[in-house]
Ligand binder design. Structure first.
Ligand code: G6Q
Length: 533
């Protein structure tokens, strides 16, 4: 395989970057057709994606598309959708796309169609959700379930938590809570507000071996057993997992286990049984609409030419800013209260998928991979860290995400919110020259000048519904996939989280009075300080 940095397409982009990096967006926007040329509008996806405020020329885009072609993005995408084992370090297929395959066309893994199994679990989820929401499923005391607590971490927490928050406007089922941290405060603060007789715990763990989740689940079980007796476990606990024997050993009836499979990565699992908290909150029909939106984006990603393919263009712009313009971070700024958890969700999706530096040939790469993803909802960020985004010494590319129509109109709040969105992207792109500053003494002019040329993407959803949310999440998933292919990474493993876990399990007995292990002098002193108290 030719090294990425030695490919002619990469070198052409390097040359282009040397020409373009000092270009001014004010100059580039003298082309009055620029916004029209560099915007993708897709009515079916209900999405408008304007990337004209990036430091790019027509030539840059042509070279980036050539890079995508030479890396065979579409060929790899087909392999993923068809169930080839593209997660090569774990020898697994990657089939979150099959979970939302609304066409129901067969998808084969080792010669077996996985769609019947997926459909079975979906229909079991529907049955359960309907019963829970209608009150047919009750707690052991006969009370209707009013509160559902999802106990999980990482991929078994961030996805459903983000979606439940994003679709809160549609929530008409039990209240949904999320407990993830092994810090006892998390579960304690949650349980102290709940009535055990009306509470259902969902233990969400693909492996059913995760220390944090099992610790929290056992604490919840002790609480329920203490209040309602051992027989209550089967009415107050369900499990979402691939590990049937561990679920049974915990004491959850296998009838109340919702299965998923090794071909679903944790951070891609909200479309599976891991999404049951979503379905409890908004109902199964709306959960299906979420799947439909993602499926529509899947079709777009597979079939649309690169030039108008939203995830491919998002990925290429990210590579341009990261690898050629030297930007180290990428910000996510949702201009929607409901999307407040999107930055944290995308942090895992992107940084756990592409935060790697060994390529397909087992070699260290000599280029940057995943950027640092961060962000907060606008407009709050405008009153804090946007100072650095506008005038700091670092350039921070950002995705601004907003809604044309809010789920509910409240006075003129939405116009004010979106005026800020449009103003910020305009200010970041075009800045303020010294001769445009008025009413200021000579001395303050440098401080009040804005350089502009700070790249942004503007993403407008027509509205925030389960469907458009599915579209948006899947767009980011495929952006991450595309970048992983170009960088030559396995985006679907996560070996980087193992070492810390192994060391924590070695240290735990040292904190509970057993013998001290060998450590460096700093770690030993920290453990001694903890043990002395
Ligand atoms: C996601 C990761 C990781 C995982 C958690 C929880 O892709 O693998 O975040 O989801 O470690 O794992 P379990 O679901 O197995 O408890």
């Amino acid at each position: 395989m030719t090294k990425l940095t030695e490919m002619v397409q990469w070198q052409d982009l390097n040359n282009n970057a040397n020409e373009v990096k000092n270009a001014s967006l004010r100059e580039l926007f003298k082309d009055k057709r620029r916004a029209e040329k560099l915007t993708i509008k897709n009515e079916k996806l209900k999405l408008y994606f304007d990337y004209s405020k990036n430091i790019i020329t027509d030539e840059t885009m042509q070279l980036l598309i050539k890079l995508a072609r030479s890396c065979d993005i579409n060929g790899y995408a087909k392999k993923m959708f068809m169930g080839e084992k593209i997660n090569w370090t774990e020898n697994r297929p990657v089939l979150h796309t099959a979970l939302r395959n609304r066409s129901n066309s067969p998808v084969y893994v080792d010669g077996n169609d996985v769609m019947p199994e997926i459909n079975n679990v979906l229909s079991k989820m529907k049955d359960f959700t309907d019963k829970l929401r209608s009150g047919e499923w009750t707690g052991v005391t006969g009370e209707k379930i009013t509160d559902v607590v999802n106990i999980g971490i990482g991929g078994s927490d961030l996805g459903p938590k983000m979606v439940c928050e994003a679709l809160k406007f549609y929530a008409d089922g039990p209240s949904v809570h999320f407990v993830s941290n092994v810090d006892g405060a998390d579960i304690d603060e949650t349980m102290k507000r709940l009535n055990p007789g009306a509470t259902l715990f969902i233990v969400a763990s693909k492996t059913f071996t995760t220390q944090e989740t099992l610790t929290n689940a056992n604490t919840a079980k002790d609480w329920i057993v203490d209040k309602l007796g051992i027989e209550s476990v089967k009415k107050h606990f369900i499990a979402l997992s691939t590990n049937k024997s561990a679920v049974e050993e915990f004491g959850i009836d296998s009838e109340n286990m919702f299965e998923f499979w090794d071909f679903v990565g944790g951070r891609y699992s909200l479309w599976s049984a891991i999404g049951i908290s979503i379905s409890c909150s908004i109902g199964f029909d709306k959960f299906e609409e979420l799947l439909s939106g993602a499926h529509e984006m899947d079709k777009h990603f597979l079939n649309e030419p690169y030039e108008t393919n939203i995830p491919v263009i998002m990925a290429l712009l990210g590579i341009w800013n990261n690898n050629f313009l030297g930007c180290e971070t990428h910000a996510i700024f949702p201009y929607s209260y409901y999307l407040s958890k999107l930055p944290a969700y995308l942090q895992q999706a992107d940084m756990e998928s592409n935060g790697k530096s060994v390529n397909r040939d087992g070699e260290m790469v000599d280029y940057q991979t995943a950027p640092i993803i961060w962000g907060e909802p606008g407009t709050n960020g405008q009153h804090s860290f946007y100072q650095l985004v506008h005038q700091g010494a670092k350039i921070i590319p950002a995705d601004f995400i907003g809604l044309v129509n809010p789920p509910k109109k409240v006075g003129n709040h939405h116009e004010k919110l979106m005026a800020n969105f449009f103003a910020q992207t305009e200010a970041l792109a075009f800045g303020l020259n010294k001769d445009e500053i008025v009413d200021t003494g000579e001395k303050l002019i440098p401080y009040k000048t804005f350089s502009g040329n700070r790249p942004t993407n503007s993403i407008l959803l027509d509205e925030l519904t389960p469907y458009t949310l599915g579209v948006l999440i899947a767009a980011y998933e495929h952006k991450i996939f595309t970048q992983g292919i170009i960088w030559g990474l396995d985006s679907f493993d996560q070996w980087g989280v193992q070492l810390g876990k192994t060391l924590a399990s070695k240290i735990l007995p040292e904190l509970t009075g057993e013998e001290m292990g060998e450590h460096d002098c700093s770690t030993s002193a920290l453990i001694n300080r903890f043990n002395a108290s």
